[in-house]
Design a binder for this molecule. Structure first.
Ligand code: NDP
Ligand code: DGY
Length: 328
C-alpha cells in the first residue's frame, strides 16, 4: 500500500537570500516557517519556532545550545548553518542526539580572503583616516610626513591558521612582494609549499611578522589567544588583522597594545560582542579599523551560501549525502 510522504517541519531563523528559500519550497518535502526579518530572532521566538522541527536552518548569531535542542525535541534530524564557523553550536550535545550538521565551507573562501586583504591594506595604509581628513578639511597640502603607513613589499606576513581561508589570504598577499610567509597552527600543511609558507611556532610568528593575520577557527584552544603576552611579543611597527572570530582576541589587551604604541594598528572584521557597542574604547582609536563582520558579504557568495545551506538541510531531512556535512 502506498503511504503518503510525511511533510517535515523546518524553522529558519532569519530572512535569507531567495536562492535558498526557492530550493526548499520547490523540494516539496518540508513546510518552512521563517523568522522573516533582517534582525535576529528573539530567543523566545527561536524556542517556539523550533518546537517539533525536523530541520533547523540557523545563522552564526543564533546560539544553538541544550535549551534549543530540548525545545526542538526528538524530531530534529538536521541543523544547517549559513556559515563555515560552527562555534555557536554545542557540538557535543548535537552529537549525543544524533543530529547531523551542514555548513558552508569553500563557497565563501574567496570573498572572505578578499575582504581580509582589503582590511589589511585599509588598516596599514590608513585609508579610513585619510577619507575622514578629506571630508573634514584636514587635507591642507601634500605633506611628506603625513598619513604614512606600512607596505607589504619586502615584509614578513604571519598567518595564524593556514586553512581554506588562511591559504586563500596567503595566495593573494604573496604577489604584493611579501618576502617571507610564516604560518602556525596545529599541524604543518604540505599545500603551504605553493606560497613558500614556513611552519613556525606561534611565538616565532608573532615576534617576526610585520603583518599578523588571524584566520583560525574559534576553539577552546584559540579563545583569547591574542592577549597581552601575544601583543607584547609583536613588533612596534606590526599590523594586526583578525577576520576569524572576535573571541580569539582579548580586546582589553588589544586596546592597551594599540593605545600604548606596543603595536602599530589593527583591523578587525569580528569583535566581541557583535555589534560592538558604539561607545567601545576600540572605536576611539585612529589606529583601529573595525568592520561589521562582512567577510563573506558579496551578493553572489551569500546567494551560494543560501543554496548550499538549503541543500544541506534537504539532505539531512531525507537522510541522503549532504553537499557539505560537518563531520565531528
Ligand atoms: P578551516 O577549518 O579550513 O581552517 C581553520 C584553521 O584553524 C585550520 O587551518 C586550523 O589549523 C586552524 N586552527 C585550529 N586550531 C588552531 C590552533 N589551536 N592554533 C592555530 N590554528 C588553529 O576553516 P576556514 O578557513 O574555512 O574558516 C576559518 C574561520 O574563519 C571560520 O572558523 C570562521 O570562524 C572564520 N570566518 C570568518 C568570516 C568573516 O566573515 N569574517 C567568513 C568565513 C569564516 P590546523 O589544521 O593546523 O588545526
Ligand atoms: C562564517 O561563515 O563563519 C562567517 O563568519 C560568515 O560568513
Amino acid at each position: 500500500m502506498h503511504t503518503a510522504q510525511k511533510i517535515m517541519k523546518v524553522f529558519i531563523t532569519r530572512r535569507i537570500p531567495q536562492e535558498g528559500l526557492k530550493i526548499l519550497s520547490q523540494a516539496g518535502v518540508c513546510k518552512v516557517s521563517l523568522w522573516d526579518s533582517d534582525e535576529p530572532v528573539p530567543r523566545a521566538e527561536l524556542l517556539k519556532g523550533v518546537a517539533g522541527a525536523h530541520g533547523l536552518l540557523c545563522l552564526l548569531s543564533d546560539k544553538i545550545d541544550t535549551e534549543v535542542l530540548d525545545a526542538a525535541g526528538p524530531n530534529l534530524k538536521v541543523i544547517s548553518t549559513l556559515s563555515v564557523g560552527f562555534d555557536h553550536m554545542a557540538m557535543d550535545e548535537i552529537k549525543k542526539r544524533g543530529v547531523r550538521v551542514g555548513y558552508t565551507p569553500d563557497v565563501l573562501t574567496d570573498a572572505t580572503a578578499e575582504l581580509t586583504v582589503a582590511l589589511l591594506l585599509a588598516t596599514a595604509r590608513r585609508l579610513p583616516e585619510g577619507v575622514v581628513e578629506v571630508i573634514n578639511g584636514g587635507w591642507s597640502t601634500w605633506k611628506p610626513l603625513w598619513l604614512c603607513g606600512y607596505g607589504l613589499s619586502g615584509s614578513t606576513v604571519g598567518v595564524i591558521g593556514l586553512g581554506r581561508i588562511g591559504m586563500a589570504i596567503a595566495r593573494r598577499l604573496k604577489p604584493f612582494g611579501v618576502k617571507k610567509l610564516l604560518y602556525s597552527g596545529r599541524t604543518a600543511k604540505s599545500y603551504a609549499a605553493e606560497v613558500e609558507g614556513e611552519y613556525v611556532p606561534l611565538d616565532t610568528l608573532v615576534s617576526e611578522s610585520d603583518f599578523v593575520v588571524v584566520s583560525c577557527a574559534l576553539t577552546p584552544d584559540t579563545q583569547g589567544l591574542c592577549n597581552k603576552d601575544f601583543f607584547c611579543k609583536m613588533k612596534n611597527t606590526a599590523v594586526f588583522i583578525n577576520t576569524s572570530r572576535g573571541a580569539v582576541v582579548n580586546q582589553e589587551d588589544l586596546y592597551q597594545a594599540l593605545s600604548s604604541g606596543q603595536i602599530a594598528c589593527a583591523g578587525l572584521d569580528v569583535t566581541t560582542p557583535e555589534p560592538l557597542p558604539t561607545d567601545h574604547p576600540l572605536l576611539t582609536l585612529k589606529n583601529c579599523v573595525v568592520l561589521p563582520h562582512i567577510g563573506s558579504a558579496t551578493y553572489s557568495t551569500r546567494g551560494v551560501m543560501a543554496e548550499l545551506s538549503a541543500n544541506n538541510l534537504l539532505a539531512g531531512l531525507q537522510g541522503t549525502d549532504m553537499p557539505s556535512e560537518l563531520k565531528f
